[in-house]
Design a protein around this ligand. Sequence first.
Ligand SMILES: [Zn+2]
Length: 150
Amino acid sequence: MKISLRALNHMTSLTPNQRRVFDVLLQADASLGAYAILKKTGFRGATQVYRALEKLVDLGLARKLESLNAYIAVSAKGQSSPTAFAICDQCGHIHEVVEASEIKQLHECLAQLNFQVERTVIEFHGVCSICSGHSHEDKATPSYPRLKQD
Ligand SMILES: [Zn+2]
């Protein structure tokens, strides 16, 4: 995953615990629940994990997937724009939909109603192109960009 300059700036201000949790999220192929993160970090208690996650979400470096009660590192693009997530219920793959004009339009509508959006949660559940067999490519090269570090 590409790391934005903004993320880099934030990373320098992260505590070692926050940094460790962020690294675990970056290395994960899928979203992770707090206890999976706890296992991977080797922290003694879940409180440390939750505190670190709270900060990472505050900074926009990570997002909570409400429907899965799990966390995911956000791409450089996703950090600065409202994002929707398409979650495959079969393989667990999560596709980050950034810069969707529909989400921006929705935000503009709400702004006209003087509604201040503080948090946007848009999650779609379904079956990805690979699992549904609609992909003409092999598993290593999916037809859409995978949320993955490279
Ligand atoms: Zn799938």
